[in-house]
Design a protein around this ligand. Sequence first.
Ligand code: BQF
Length: 292
Amino acid sequence: MNLLDGKKLAKDIKAEIAEAVQQMTNDGQKAPHLAAVLIGEDPASQVYVRNKVRSCEQVGFQSTLVRRPADITQEEVLQIVDELNKNADIDGFIVQLPLPDHLDEEAITLAIDPRKDVDGFHPVNFGRMSQGMPAYLPATPSGILEMLRRYEITTEGKEVVVIGRSNIVGMPMSILLAQKAYPGNATVTICHSRTKDLAAHVKRADILVAAIGRADFVTADMVKEGVVVIDVGINRVDDPTAKRGYRLKGDVDFDGVSPKASYITPVPGGVGQLTVTSLLMNTLKAARKEIY
Ligand code: BQF
């Protein structure tokens, strides 16, 4: 078993981004500037946003955090998005999901200028991505592609099984791995809650992407010997012995599955790390106007 070490890759990628920022500022340009909108007090969202702001600092980006209470109105959120769209100093911004229930996530995502949509969630970016046009790719699939590239994992002709069909992970991941590209050229199966005999599909996978959102969902009996396992799950499970009272577990039973896997991502320290570096890469591209 080989570990797909997200922590190490993230360190390398951040050093590369920091170098690019140095170049820009040496050339008299301003540093890339990312803004994040955080609404409410969701504990996981607070961790993620703090993580993103700290990562910006590490690479020399400017960052702006816009924090608002959970009872903000839809109109007020749209007002913030509009201001960020117009603010020439901001290269890209994100609205941290999930949003409180009374807010319309779809309408808010649609209000973001696609040229500043560094999360790649706007349907214009999804559409461009689907057609192989330059686009801001959603951060998690983009991070997974980068991981496959850097570990030189072959995807051409491989059986890929993606479990999960979300707009931000499962769907775009499936499209990207089926595209005529590297990494890509795979034969992709999308499994979901209505799939009949999920275990039979998973058993055929050369590469498995697990994006379900349930701790230890994939067990050793379900996978083929030699499988490459990409575990997207970030699940909090109670652990009284941990300092925060919980620990993170993936969607894959790591201890059971890893002896059968040729490569596997750990949780924590796997895909999540690359999700954050992909957001930074997208912001760098936005500052350089590389996409459109
Ligand atoms: C790690 C996310 C579900 C829903 C909304 C590093 C992150 C997580 C884990 C992180 C995630 C998950 C993010 C690790 C951002 C990934 O070392 O294992 C980084 O910050 N993530 C998010 O912004 O929104 C989510 C998962």
